[in-house]
Design a protein around this ligand. Structure first.
Ligand code: AMP
Length: 493
């Protein structure tokens, strides 16, 4: 075992890390951070906080799980403190910071963080997103909030209803800009930007930088400082990736087998389709696994409940589509499983980025069928790594389809067919629900070709904790059961 992983190494590593009190953040903010259990800023926080405090525009290359939310919200709260007041007058609480996110879950999580970080200040914040009654949101907006977190569609609904005035916005944050474009939000974003005062600070975060993202950035960022921590394809280096070759019909049995064989708890299983996700969750439940599906057809309440149960350990397996999983505040999972290889190689990188974070190692297990050859080739090209499918050890799938029929799955094949045809973009309808009638004319999400910038070999910035390289032949090794460490301050496991 390398010397870096001796018990004294973490102490040596943290001694040289920056501290929150070096940034000049006000005592109420520092107090909140202590209460959150944050001891040291993450690399993106260390880089972003001073730059944002200077009032500069920022283009941040970072994905969820890096601590980027605090990276932008802490300096925002600090900058707004001079405006903080306890007046009951709504006029004294105009929206001064607007944070846009592509999904409801991410909006909710960002809002939770902002609330926590600002809890010892009189600054007000709220979140608005689709799929919820507008009336309570309207009441809060009318009373006045300084920090507003929103998804684009619902924000525009409020603007249209004149329950929201953005003319005093000083700071604008666009979070997960790449996903915003994927979800067809570009026209909404442009409308929103036009509603903001010309003089303002802009912060944009994106996990990937396609030419479209760069174009968008150039259209509204002024002389931005580029902040880059770990490019999303970097995660592959800390993750043991195993591709298991299985028959299409045996995939669900293979998931159950993997969960049992490797004693996996707290895992996200990725499905390309909503129907597939629901069906797999049901099948896992039948096999005695505590599982729940999370995707765009679930109500907001159902998604939140599943997420909370997962975090609390009441559910071991969350079966998710890409859009639903994106932005979930779940980090440092010991393992993710690709039930389907994703249609877009970039999604593979996002998926496996759920594990192997912050210096930890993780396993990304994928099921591969012969029809997936092109998808696998795309992934290999993107991550610049050869992935050789291997047999799944000791796996004896229940072969007969009759057995499945007995369990009420007569139309298994037909279902899969419909998955592929009717649900290729798994969360398209989620986008529609979110955005209401406007989305009817919205363009179908389309993935762009990967930018060469993204393909540059990764050079680690400054890992928080030293890591041990995983042996290349770890493929079939049985791993001891690991619990997820879900980032989140005090709740950290
Ligand atoms: P984010 O990438 O912003 O979604 O953050 C991921 C998770 O990391 C959240 O649960 C945060 O509460 C947590 N987190 C953010 N900053 C820190 C920090 N400095 N120390 C410990 N946890 C953190």
């Amino acid at each position: 075992m390398p010397e870096l992983n001796t018990p004294t190494a973490p102490e040596a590593a943290t001694a040289s890390l920056p501290r929150f009190d070096e940034f000049g953040l006000a005592p109420p903010i520092l107090q909140a951070l202590t209460e959150q259990g944050y001891q040291h800023p993450t690399p993106i926080q260390a880089q972003a906080i001073p730059v944002v405090l200077q009032g500069r525009d920022v283009m941040g290359a970072a994905q969820t799980g890096t601590g980027k939310t605090a990276g932008f919200s802490l300096p925002i709260i600090q900058q707004l403190l001079p405006h903080a007041n306890t007046s009951a007058s709504p006029a004294r609480h105009p929206v001064r910071a607007l944070i846009l996110t592509p999904t409801r879950e991410l909006a909710d999580q960002v809002a939770e963080n902002v609330k926590a970080y600002s809890r010892h200040t009189p600054l007000r914040s709220t979140v608005v997103f689709g799929g919820m009654d507008m009336a309570p949101q309207t009441a809060v907006l009318r009373a006045g909030v300084e920090i507003l977190i929103a998804t684009p569609g619902r924000l525009l609904d409020h603007v249209q209803q004149k329950t929201l005035n953005l003319s005093q916005t000083e700071i604008f944050v666009m979070d997960e800009a790449d996903r915003m474009l994927d979800m067809g939000f570009l026209p909404d974003l442009q409308r929103i930007i036009n509603l903001l005062p010309k003089q303002r600070q802009n912060l944009m975060f994106s996990a990937t930088f396609s030419p479209e993202i760069k174009k968008l950035a150039a259209s509204f960022l002024k002389n931005p400082q580029l902040i880059e921590v770990a490019r999303s394809n970097a995660t592959a280096e800390r993750v043991t990736q195993i591709i298991y070759k299985v028959e299409e019909e045996a995939k669900r049995d293979a998931v159950v087998h993997l969960l049992k064989q490797r004693e996996i708890r707290q895992v996200i299983v990725f499905s390309n389709t909503k129907i597939g996700a629901s069906r797999l969750a049901r099948e896992l439940e039948r096999a005695g696994v505590k599982a729940s599906a999370i995707h765009g057809d679930k109500t907001q309440g159902e998604r939140m409940a599943a997420l909370e149960a997962f975090k609390a350990g009441g559910i071991d397996v969350l079966v998710a589509t890409d859009v639903a999983a994106r932005g979930l505040d779940i980090a440092e999972l010991p393992c993710v499983i690709n039930y389907d290889l994703p249609y877009n190689a970039e999604d593979y990188v996002h998926r496996i980025g759920r594990t192997g974070r912050a210096g930890a190692s993780g396993d990304a297990l994928s099921l591969y069928c012969d029809k997936d050859a092109r998808l696998l080739a795309d992934i290999e090209k993107l991550i610049k790594q050869k992935l050789v499918p291997v047999e799944l050890e000791d796996f004896h799938p229940r072969s007969g389809r009759g057995e499945r029929a007995d369990r009420g799955e007569r139309s298994d094949r037909a279902d899969r067919q419909s998955d592929r045809q009717g649900d290729r973009y798994a969360d398209r309808s989620e986008r529609r629900t979110e955005r209401g009638p406007r989305a009817a004319s919205a363009p179908i999400p389309r993935k762009e070709k990967v930018d060469p910038w993204f393909l540059k070999p990764y050079e680690p910035a400054a890992p928080a904790v030293p890591t041990e390289a995983k042996p290349a032949d770890a493929r079939n090794a049985k791993t001891p059961p690991k619990r997820a460490a879900l980032l989140g301050g005090r709740s950290k496991g």
